[in-house]
Structure formats: C-alpha cells, structure tokens
Design a protein around this ligand. Structure first.
Ligand SMILES: [Zn+2]
Length: 490
C-alpha cells in the first residue's frame, strides 16, 4: 500500500527520522515522537504546558473514557477534543482496547467508537482490537488475531473523513503471527501501525522478547509504515526500540510513576525516597533537591516528579534523533544496554536481526565505534561479510593485521570484527572503525568468520593469514586450507 502520510528523512539501522502528516490537525509530527498520555479526569501536567514547555506536538487520550463519562461525553461532542484539552497539536485517541484487556469487556463496537472519535475531533483514531497478552497458547493468539483483522477490515469501511486510523498489530509472542498481522495491516488502507500488547513484556523487563515481537511485525509491515510501540513509555528502552524501527511512543509512565514516587532516568527507575542527589539538570532537578521534593505535599510532589519524568523522556527522544543524524544510533543503544542485564538481552536480540536491519542501514556514516562483543553483530559487519562473498582475489594472497608483503600476489588488510578487505577499501566506512587495542574474542571470531567467507568463495586461491595473537576460539573458525602465521611470535 502506497503511503503518503509518512516520509522518511534519515536512517540508521532500522531507526529513522520521519515526518508523519496528520491532515485533520494540520500538523506534521517529526518522528521518533513521544505522545504523552493525557487522562481527561486527572491532568497531572496540563496539555497546553505539554505543548509550550515540553515541545509535545502530539498526545494521546482515551476516547472510551470520554465515551463513558457523564462529565465529558457531551462536552467533548460539543466543543471538540482540542478545546476540551486545550491542545493545538495532533491528538490520537485509543479505543478502549486497554480496558478490554484489563476488565474483560467493553460496551462499544468498532463502528461506534470510530464514529465517536471522529465526532469529538480526534486526529488519529483506533478500532477496538484484541490485545492478546504474551505467552497465550497459539490457538488463542490466532483466534484473537483473526478478530482483530476483521475489525481492521471493518474500520476501513467506516467513513471518518480525514481522521487517520490506527491498525494495531497483534499476535502475542509468536513472531510469525506478528509478521502475518503486520502484512495484513499493511494491506489495509489504514494509516498508523501500533505494535500492541507489549506492555506486559516491558513490565517484566523482557526486552529480548520485545525485540523479537517488533522484528516480526516489521517484517510484515512495509519499510515506510509508521510504527507505534503501544504503551512503551520508559525512556531507557526508546533507543533500542527506535533501532528496531519504531517511530511513535506513548507515555503514561511519566504520570503513573510520579504517583508512586518513582523517578525516571535513561538508566532505569529510581525511588525518590532513595535519592540524595538528582542526576539530571532539567528545570525541576536544577531547582530542587530530592529532600525538598519529598517535603512537598502529595499533589505538588507528584507534579514535580511528573515534570522531571517528562523532561528526561523528551530529552531521550532528542538524543536519539541526533544519534540518527550523526549515524551513531547503535553506539547509543549499546550505551543504554549497559544499564541493565535485561537491556543487554534486548541489544543481543537486536544483533540476531542484524540482516533485517542491514537492508535500511546507510552505506556510510560518521564513525563505527567497537564498544563490546555485541558490536561484532552490527548490520555493518553483516554487510561486510555479505560483500566478502562477492570478492575474488587470485593467486597467493596474504590477509594480514601487519604490513603488506611483495612475496604475495595481493596483500589484504584484516581488521576485527570485519575480517579481510582489499587495502584500497581501508578508508571507507565501516572499515575506518575505531577499535580497542585489547580486542575481545567476539571481535576476532567475527573476523575469522569473514576470512572463512572469503576462502569458501575462492577455493582456488592460496591464502595466508597473518594475525596478532588471535585466540583459539577464532583460529578454529579459519578454514584448514589457510596457512596461519602469528605475528606476535615471529
Ligand atoms: Zn530532572
């Protein structure tokens, strides 16, 4: 399906800076974007301030709460959402699917809720999908997905003017169902693609599973489909999710966490009660000590914490955008992954999908920093290895970490984690990588796999590998036909 409401400007891995055009709001939202969740009954930070002080140009609120509310329903229909919330940017509305998942039933159909969303002036509406939780049996996941798919097809037929409509992608923890759901959603005429029901994975710190679920959905969706990681509001995992190709996030966390005294950081969550110092320079943290905020009344404490939580959340989105511009999103993900073992699982799972990410990864970026064994699984390394199987050196060939030698027909460089390459390529990305002097086993092993790739493609060529003390785990990966010389012992 050709999409004219989303344009990609810059890419790094599967991460991108894009522009989501929201016609009904007359607004173009730059992605990755954060949608603060606004509860009409309980506005921790007023929407007008989200816009003016935090730079939010899109938010999300729940149309089902409005639909059921005696206080708000008529007013929302009367004056419209933008006036009700006092917000000029784009407004996305959820449909009550969350309530369905939480309480087992809701009393509205997709047609009713889509029309209601349209009538209250929502800019992006949502059908009533079935958010299937993780780990259910396959039969349940398939049945509920079929229901969601029927509702998406029905949603296509509801006349909602120029309101965009979400096409949630479900399928529980079955990557192949997520892929099928993505393909089906992609084939509808709907506009934005939330990957649904991932909140339980986040809450249990199952970032590896989250990456597999998103990777499945992304395989089904087209590369130019805007993807929303629904319910994901913790800034510690934004960089990872963006690198997988997520464009939109929504945060209820800023307010919910504030309510129980929790303080968000890009390295995880702290309890206000445990803090002696604030590791942050936002206006709240610059002007208060933790103790001062603890001494405030409950409402004020909650507001101050919520504002810090929002500041750190928006800051992370800006940090990620700049990383995409600079071409060091993977270095940022790697850095964030070091904050928690579960994040490291997420980053390692990202490495499992490197070939998928490679397709949209730019051929050239600023610099490749090798920061850990996980760097050896980056898309750039996958691409270099693919390229090695297309190169055909002939005669006697020296692959060396040291100096070239005239005793050979050709001398190629060898650099971990990439492996061998013709000397003429040594000034091209990513072979200009900054690597540590004390390389780890994963880097050497990856280089050895590169050697094997080249040798397999060129069985007639006579290869010698001159290495600087590679570990046994790497040398065993080098084909037997290759003569090896340890430069540290000659
Ligand atoms: Zn702060």
């Amino acid at each position: 399906m050709e999409r004219d409401n989303f344009e990609i400007r810059d890419q790094d891995g599967a991460g991108r800076i894009g522009e989501l055009t929201v016609p009904r709001a007359g607004v173009t939202v730059e992605t990755p974007a954060l949608l603060p969740v606004v509860n009409p009954h309980m506005q921790t930070v007023e929407p007008s301030r989200l816009e003016s002080e935090f730079g939010a140009d899109i938010l999300i609120t729940n149309s089902y709460i409005l639909y059921k509310s005696e206080d708000f329903r008529d007013e929302a229909l009367d004056v419209g959402l933008h006036e009700l919330l006092d917000f000029d940017g784009a407004i996305m509305t959820d449909s009550g699917s969350f309530q369905l998942a939480e309480y087992g039933e809701i009393t509205v159909t997709t047609e009713e809720i889509l029309r209601f969303q349209h009538d209250i002036g929502s800019d992006i509406g949502t059908p009533v999908d079935i958010p299937t939780p993780p780990d259910v049996d396959r039969e349940q996941a398939e049945e509920e997905l079929a229901t969601t798919q029927e509702r998406l097809e029905f949603a296509e037929t509801v006349d909602v003017g120029d309101m965009l409509v979400n096409a949630p992608v479900q399928g529980s923890t079955y990557p192949d169902l997520r892929e099928e759901a993505g393909r089906h959603a992609e084939d509808t005429s709907l506009d934005v693609f939330p990957v649904g029901a991932v909140v339980p994975l986040m809450n249990e710190y199952r970032y590896g599973d989250m990456v597999d679920v998103v990777a499945g959905a992304k395989r089904g969706l087209g590369a130019d489909a805007p993807v929303h990681l629904f319910g994901a509001g913790h800034p510690m995992m934004f960089a990872l999710a963006v690198a997988m190709g997520c464009d939109l996030f929504d945060s209820a966390a800023y307010a919910l966490y504030a309510r129980d005294g929790r303080y968000l950081t890009v390295r995880g969550t702290e309890q206000l009660d445990d803090l002696d110092y604030f590791p942050c320079s936002c206006p709240i943290c610059a002007n208060h000590t933790p103790e001062e905020i603890r001494e405030e009344g409950e409402r004020e404490r909650e507001r101050l914490l919520a504002e810090h939580n929002l500041h750190v959340t928006f800051e992370e989105i800006r940090t990620i955008k700049q990383a995409i511009r600079t071409g060091n999103l993977f270095e940022l993900v790697e850095n964030r992954a070091r904050a928690h073992p579960a994040m490291l699982d997420g980053y390692r799972a990202l490495g499992d999908h490197a070939a998928q990410l490679e397709r949209t990864d730019p051929a050239s970026k600023g610099a490749f920093f090798y920061l850990s064994g996980e760097s050896a699984a980056r898309p750039e390394v996958v691409r270099h290895h693919q390229r090695l199987s297309r190169l055909n050196p002939e005669g006697k060939v020296l692959l060396t970490e040291g100096n070239p030698s005239s005793r050979y027909d050709e001398s190629w460089n060898v650099v971990p984690p990439f492996g061998p390459f013709p000397r003429a390529l040594s000034e091209t990305y990513p072979l200009t990588a900054e690597i540590p002097d004390r390389m780890d086993a994963a880097g050497y092993e990856s280089a050895a796999r590169g050697v094997a790739r080249l040798v397999d493609e060129n069985p007639e060529t006579d290869f010698t590998l001159a290495h600087e003390g590679w570990p046994e785990s790497a040398l065993t990966l080098v084909p037997d036909a290759v003569r090896t010389v340890d430069l540290t012992t000659v």
